[in-house]
Write a protein that binds this ligand. Structure first.
Ligand code: ATP
Length: 297
């Protein structure tokens, strides 16, 4: 083995319905998780001669990396004793932006470790992923999912017809925990019955591969909480609507705002219109399972 490569696509949430808090402290929710073609690059190579421990190198991210935990949990659950490895992560997904970049990297590391160890068991990978975080299981085999539970119960949806996504990052981060706490303070969570109804409506609306559900099913219940913590996000939402987006919403717990367009060209024009913003907005399209490029040099 010289090197194994994986891409780790970011995700957006095409709407999010928030429900009650479960016994484990996590909120129930219903959301459509859509991977997008904005990807970190993740590489696995043998660690240096004499290295006893796995290493993760991820410029731009400080503190313990979720990829380190992924490798550790993979070894513990599979009993894989292969020689120490080195993981290199090239970040392109904005950090702490509500686009699940850390989860995407952790899932990519699980795929890499499985390839290195000769493990072919997606169910096991998803179990390990669930222990790492609510957004990780959906990234083990990225595709469009209807996610329920706390995000860990996944129902695969058909690939959508292409559409355009404008990604507008904020110059600040928002802690996911803070946004959920603010949502509780504002009394935003809905009843379990409302969640079930929303889940059924979304599954029906997207069953035939429609790019987007109708507007009322695209609402993000966390948006008022994110805006309450950072009122300037309301300006960003208005700015994105002003570019002609069919829909503008906060992505997950924010602070990233997304604009949805009929095609990539329209999203690109909107990115140009907002190019004075810092960080500069980008236009992307959905990520499809068949996009996985061969990155072997
Ligand atoms: P969440 O999944 O909680 O919604 P997010 O999508 O907003 O998070 P991430 O980019 O995943 O944001 O980063 C959340 C935090 O996780 C960061 O503050 C960072 O310190 C930590 N982290 C650990 N590993 C990684 C990684 N590989 N990439 C990015 N952040 C990481």
């Amino acid at each position: 083995m010289t090197a194994l490569h994986e891409v780790a696509p970011a995700k957006i949430n095409l709407g999010l319905t928030l429900g009650p808090t479960r016994a484990d402290g996590r909120h129930e929710l219903v959301t459509v998780m859509q991977p997008v073609a904005l990807c970190d690059r993740v590489r696995l190579t043998p660690a240096g001669l004499g290295a006893a421990e796995d290493e993760v190198h991820c410029p731009g991210v400080t503190g313990e990396n979720l990829a380190t935990a992924a490798l550790r949990d993979f070894r513990a659950r599979t009993g894989w004793h292969g020689a120490a490895v080195r993981i290199d992560i090239e970040k392109r997904i904005p950090v702490a932006a509500g686009m699940a970049g850390g989860s995407a990297d952790a899932a990519a590391v699980l795929r890499l470790a499985a390839r290195a160890a000769g493990v072919r068991d997606d169910r096991l990978l998803r179990e390990i992923a669930a222990g790492l975080g609510a957004d990780v299981p959906a990234q083990v085999r990225p595709r469009r999912y209807l996610a329920t539970g706390a995000g860990e119960r996944l129902h695969a949806l058909p690939d959508p017809a292409p559409f355009g996504i404008l990604v507008v990052r904020a110059p600040f981060g928002l802690s996911t925990g803070d946004v959920f706490r603010e949502a509780d303070r504002l009394g935003l969570p809905r009843s379990g019955a409302a969640l079930e109804a929303r889940s059924a409506d979304l599954a029906a609306a997207l069953a035939a591969g429609s790019p987007l559900a109708p507007g009322d099913l695209l609402l993000n219940d966390l948006e008022p909480a994110a805006v309450s913590l950072r009122p300037e996000l309301q300006w960003t939402l208005d700015e994105v609507r002003g570019t002609g987006a069919d829909h503008a919403l906060v992505c997950g717990s924010g602070p990233t705002v997304i604009g949805l367009f009929a095609d990539l060209e329209l999203a690109r024009s909107a990115a140009v219109a907002l190019s004075g913003r810092e960080p500069r907005p980008v236009a992307v399209e959905p990520w499809y399972p068949f996009f996985m490029p061969d990155l072997t040099p």
